[in-house]
Structures are given as C-alpha cells and as structure tokens.
Design a protein around this ligand. Structure first.
Ligand SMILES: Nc1nc2c(ncn2[C@@H]2O[C@H](COP(=O)(O)OP(=O)(O)OP(=O)(O)O)[C@@H](O)[C@H]2O)c(=O)[nH]1
Ligand SMILES: [Mg+2]
Length: 327
C-alpha cells in the first residue's frame, strides 16, 4: 500500500491490522486538523474503545520520559502493546527542549511499541481536538496502554491528563513539587503519584508533603466523588534511571484500572471524555463561524458603531452572535 495515496478507509484498515506506518500517517492527519482529521475521527469511532489511557504529567525535567521508557519495557515484558503520545511544548521548528539534558523518547523506545511526539505550538484547533483524535487512532490500532505524556504547566495539559482513565503525577525532590502540583490542580486529578529521583536527598520529604495534602483533601471530602467512591492515590518512590520502583508503578496503574472497573467509574470517565471532545469540537466549530461572521458587513457595521460609541460593545456582540444563531 502506498501510504501517501491510500484512502482514509484503507489507512484505517491497515492501521487496524498492525501497519504502524499507516498509524503514523493517520496521526499526522489528526495533528494537522481540518477536514481529513475530522474524517479520521469519524472512521475510528468507536472501533475498539478498550485501551487503558494513562496520563502522565510532571514538571519539566522531572524524569517523565525516562519513566515512560521504563514503563514501556515493563509492559512489553508483560505481553502488552503500549503506545505513547508525548505532547511536546517545545517548538517544532527549533526543536528546542526546555532542558538541555532531557531524554529523547527515541533513546528509550523498546521494539514493538509506538511513540509519537505531538507539537503543541501552532496547532490548528489545539490539543483539545488533536489528543482525543490521536488516542482513538492508537486505540483502533490495538495499542494498550496508551500513555499521554504532558508537561503539567498549563490548564490544557492538566485537562488532558485529567481526561485519562488513570492520571499519574510525577514529583521530584527539591523543586517544591508537591506544592506546585497542588496549585496546578494536579492533586485533585491524580490517581497515582510517582516520587521520581528517589535516589536524591529530599525524596522522603516530597512523599510526606503529598501524604499530608491527601490527608487534608480526605478530611474535607474533596477527594470523594459524587457517588461517594473514595480511592486514595498511592505514592510510589521511583528511580527511573535505574528502574527501581517501576514494577510497582506498573502494578499501581493496573490496580487503578481494576478499581475503575469494579466501581463502575470506568464508564463514567469514558463518558466524560466523549463529552469533553464533543464540547471541544462544538467550540471549535462555533469559533470558526464567529471568525466568518466577524467579516460580514453587519459585523463590520456593528463594530464601527461600537468604536464610535453610540452602540455599546454588549449590543455589538449581540448583533454578531445573532448572525450565527439566527435569533
Ligand atoms: N538522579 C536521577 N535522575 C533522573 C531520574 N530520572 C530521570 N533523571 C534525569 O533527569 C533528566 C530529565 O529526564 P527526562 O526523562 O528527560 O525528564 P522529562 O520530565 O521527560 O523532561 P521534559 O520532557 O523536558 O519535561 C535526565 O538527565 C535524566 O537522566 C532519577 O530517577 N534519578
Ligand atoms: Mg520528556
């Protein structure tokens, strides 16, 4: 099959039968956005919907990529077929990493796994559309677990991780990570904490800080969901560079999936994910209409009037929205 000239249906078929080049091509289309991305999203829904989606986040340089490389190897040993979507905040043009010493995923990929970086800058429609689309392609191709690795700094990145089945937050000694994670809202979304670089001094302090914050959340009931289900995230000490503690992380991730299945929460999380994607797609569609509508004569006239101040911005905005909704 010629990857460049194949139809989207052929590409999806090929991806499903294990052709990783087809998977790569589909992910490129999803990443670019536009009509082809929408068609891929439609063709891959709901082909399987069984993959265990694992979000991993942490500060720059906390060792996420090193950890993910270890997890991939461990999963492969257990007969799984994992894939990774690394959401890369660095510019695709400069290729510049935030830290000079970061691990390139290429260096840690075991055979049989699939790893893909997705640049976030200049992305049409943004991560909110690209990530669910990409996850569905990987799921259709039969990969599981599917890891989404993000640098947990912005709200969008936190949302991406929160939308996973299992959210793993990586903290390290000496960076005030527990406090930072709390501020970023990561404490609420975490299902499992990894204290990485446990070979460094201060790791026990990070653990203690996290325990205290979890205790506090439990006392206030902030950690218990609507149906009263309580799951206390484990805090695992890891040295990703040597692999110490990685087996426990693999077990912890599997345990969390068992909990989700047994408590019925898995269906809720997946429903939440579909809802979030539908919302993002509707949002993008409306925004496009708005852009279009802003160029209309009526919008130009309303803007003109608002600038010359005999028309309030509220009225001008209403007028423009009316053009879209027809009210
Ligand atoms: N001492 C020690 N160093 C580690 C450990 N894990 C990772 N590192 C080092 O930390 C540095 C950053 O590791 P990465 O895996 O690139 O971290 P990252 O979180 O993926 O970084 P970004 O993708 O840039 O956010 C590298 O030099 C690693 O070798 C660990 O357990 N102990
Ligand atoms: Mg990394």
């Amino acid at each position: 099959m010629n990857i460049r000239t194949a139809s989207l249906t052929e590409l999806v078929e090929a991806a499903r039968s294990g052709d990783n080049r087809a998977v790569g091509r589909l992910l490129t289309l999803v990443e670019r956005g536009s009509a082809a991305a929408e068609e891929v999203a439609a063709l891959t829904h709901p082909l399987r919907g069984n993959a265990h989606v694992v979000g991993i986040t942490g500060a720059p340089g906390s060792g996420k990529s090193t950890l993910v490389g270890r997890l991939l190897a461990g999963w492969c040993q257990r007969g799984l077929r994992p894939a990774v979507l690394a959401i890369d905040p660095s510019s695709p043009i400069s290729g510049g990493a935030i830290l000079g010493d970061r691990i390139r995923m290429d260096d840690v990929i075991p055979e049989g796994t699939f790893v893909r970086s997705m640049a976030t800058r200049g992305h049409q429609g943004g991560l909110a559309l690209a990530v669910p689309g990409a996850v569905r392609v990987l799921d259709a191709a039969g990969f599981s677990p599917i890891v989404i690795e993000t640098v947990g700094v912005g709200q969008v990145e936190v949302d991406v991780v929160a939308a996973a089945d299992t959210a793993v937050v990586v903290a390290t000694p000496g960076m005030g990570d527990a406090v930072q994670a709390n501020k970023a809202g990561l404490l609420e979304v975490a299902d499992l904490f990894v204290v990485n670089k446990a070979d460094r001094p201060g790791a026990a302090d990070v653990r203690r800080d996290l325990e205290l914050m979890l205790d506090l959340a439990h006392v206030t009931g902030a950690d218990t969901d609507d149906s009263g289900v309580y799951f206390r995230p484990q805090i695992l000490m890891v040295t990703a560079t040597t692999g110490t503690g990685v087996a426990e992380v693999i077990d912890g991730i599997a345990d969390h999936l068992k909990h989700l299945t047994a408590s019925g929460r898995l269906a809720d999380r997946r429903a939440h994910r579909v809802k979030a994607e539908v919302r993002s797609r509707a949002h993008a569609a409306l925004e496009q209409q708005l852009r279009h509508s802003m160029q209309s004569d009526a919008a130009t006239a309303a803007l003109e009037k608002a600038i010359n101040s005999n028309f309030s911005p509220v009225d001008a905005a209403r007028k423009i929205v009316q053009k879209i909704t027809g009210d």
